[in-house]
Write a protein that binds this ligand. Sequence first.
Ligand code: DAH
Length: 338
Amino acid sequence: MKAELQAIQAEALEALKAVKTPDALESLRITYFGRRGKLTDVMKGMGKLSKEERPVIGKLANEVRATLTEAFEAATQTLHRQQQEQQLEEEAVDITLPGRKPTYGKAHPIMQTLERIEAIFGQMGFQVVTGPDVETEYYNFDALNTPVDHPARDLHDTFYLTDGRLLRTHTSPVQVRAMETQKPPIRIIVPGKCYRVDYDISHTPMFHHVEGLLVDTRATFSELKGVLTSFARQMFGDKTQMRFRPHFFPFTEPSAEMDISCAVCQGKGCRSCGGTGWVEILGAGAVDPAVFEAVDYDPDQVTGFAFGMGVERIANLQFRIPDIRTLYENDLRFLRQF
Ligand code: DAH
């Protein structure tokens, strides 16, 4: 039995050396220490030994068990360490690798222009107000003194929706919405998307307008000119020249269009201004009394002025974009230039 114990110890120590995984270690442990394990079997056989032999073999058996227990413990720890080292190696970060450069997003050129327009009017006391893109005929046309048979409706090439509503053709309807919910004085600008059936080098079916409205007890046309002149000088530079031409809009009377000296050629005449040296940038006028009546304002008590401009046109003068359709084709090579 002594030889048997010694053989078990030698064999187990040898087998331990070959163990590579926790599973293998566990099954080896069961081979020796399990209920039917080799060492357990020997211990069970002790009862059959003689009185003289029993203490000697018992002592040896305890020694073997202690040695093996220790060896298994050591093997467990070695395995554990090896596993940790392997994991560390696998998860290692090579801090000497060059980093990846983040790609920064930027505001779209139209948004950059819009933000500038908002900032300039904001500093003159105008508040930004918005309204729905899907409008009713009432807000888009009727309340703005443009009844069904009015020829100005034809100019708008409207996208009509199936339920009688439409995609707004300008942000002017928000004038009406604002006056319905507020009492004068009002001083607002309305940036937003507009839609018209139109597509060529200078038109896209979706584009942006900024509408402006000022209503007070005594808002004058000269105040309107002052506000717009200040805007144009800040937007296009101190040397910018302005001219107002009489025009017609259903919702203003009198009405005008404002031209600025061409920012591309400084008024000398170039392709951008069709050789005239002037570019039209907005429509404006004194609010028509019919619009005040639509919102229950008394035209004898209040006066106001309004203006509306196309943001694409202004961005075009700023950035000199030959074909405005490129603004909406999402070609990053184009957009990254701004
Ligand atoms: N809504 C006009 C358009 O679509 C622009 C405009 C002109 C707005 C004159 C105004 C205005 O408020 O007074 O072209």
